[in-house]
Unconditional design. Structure first.
Length: 253
C-alpha cells in the first residue's frame, strides 16, 4: 500500500465503532488500549489517523513537537492501526482484553512495555483475514508480506491468549524465533500459522469441555465449528501476550 491510495473522509471516531479492535474489546476498552499502545491518553494530539480503502493508518501529527516514545516505526511503508469491519461480513468474536492480575505486573508488562501495533493478516487482493481451515492447511501463499519478520518485540517466545464468550481464559506459548542456528525472528506467515494452530487447539479443548455454554457462542458439533472461523490478525496486549482477532462467517445475535 502506498501514499497514493485514495482517502475517504471517515470520522476518526469511527475506529472506535467499526474497527476490529473495538468490536473485539468493545469501544471504551479499545480507547484504553490505543492509549496504552500509543503511550498517551491524548494520543490524537500526537498522531494523525487517516482512513484509506478499509483501514486506518497512523502518522505523526506534524503540529506536535514532542510525540511520546513508542515502539511504532513511523518510517517506511504505512502501517495500519486497524481495519474496518464494513469491508467484511460476519460477527467479530467479543473478548475481554487480557491484562495481568497483579498491579506490579500490569505496570511492568503493559503500562511500562513497548506494545507493538496490531498485526493483520492481509490477503494480496487487499482483503483482511484468512479462513482458519486454510491456515491449518498451510495456504499462506496469498498472505501479503508473508516472509517479512513478524514484529513480536524481539522476544524468544510469546503467548496466544483467548477469552471466548462463555469459556474460561485460555493460553498457549509459541516460539517467536525459528529453528535455524541463527534463531531468527519468525516470519509473518509462521506467526499466522501459530495463531491459527492456537485457535484450533482452543477449539479442541472446548469440544472436550463438559460445561460448554448454551446459546450462540457454543463451540462444537451443535454450535460454532472451525469452518465458521476466520482469523483476522492479533493484538499485542502485554509484553509477552497476543490475542487473536476472530471473525465468524455468520452473524451471532
Amino acid at each position: 500500500m502506498n501514499s497514493t491510495l485514495r482517502q475517504v473522509t471517515v470520522p476518526v471516531n469511527d475506529i472506535f465503532v467499526d474497527g476490529f479492535v473495538a468490536r473485539t474489546f468493545q469501544p471504551e476498552d479499545a480507547l484504553h488500549y490505543f492509549a496504552l499502545l500509543l503511550r498517551s491518553p491524548d494520543f490524537l494530539r500526537y498522531y494523525g489517523i487517516r482512513y484509506s480503502q478499509g483501514a486506518w493508518y497512523i502518522t505523526y501529527n506534524i503540529h506536535s513537537l514532542q510525540p511520546p516514545s513508542m515502539g511504532v516505526p513511523m518510517q517506511g511503508p504505512r502501517l495500519p492501526l486497524d481495519f474496518s469491519i464494513r469491508t467484511t461480513q460476519g460477527t467479530v468474536v467479543p473478548q475481554r482484553r487480557w491484562i495481568p492480575a497483579d498491579e506490579v505486573d500490569f505496570r511492568r508488562h503493559v503500562e511500562g512495555a513497548t506494545l507493538q501495533l496490531p498485526i493483520f493478516f492481509v490477503n494480496q487482493n487487499g482483503s483482511v483475514g484468512f479462513q482458519l481451515l486454510d491456515i491449518l492447511q498451510g495456504c499462506d501463499r496469498y498472505l501479503d508480506n508473508a516472509f517479512r519478520e513478524a514484529p513480536l518485540g524481539r522476544r524468544t517466545t510469546t503467548h496466544i491468549r483467548i477469552n471466548w464468550p462463555g469459556y474460561g481464559h485460555w493460553k498457549r506459548q509459541i516460539p517467536a524465533r525459528d529453528e535455524t542456528h541463527a534463531r531468527n525472528p519468525i516470519t509473518l506467515a509462521r506467526f499466522m500459522k501459530h495463531v491459527g494452530t492456537s485457535v484450533d487447539k482452543f477449539f479442541r479443548d472446548c469440544e472436550e469441555n463438559d460445561h460448554a455454554p448454551n446459546g450462540g457462542w457454543r463451540i462444537g458439533p451443535y454450535g460454532i465449528g472451525r469452518h465458521h472461523v476466520k482469523v483476522i490478525g492479533a493484538v499485542h496486549v502485554s509484553a509477552g501476550s497476543w490475542m487473536p482477532i476472530i471473525q465468524l462467517t455468520e452473524y451471532v445475535v
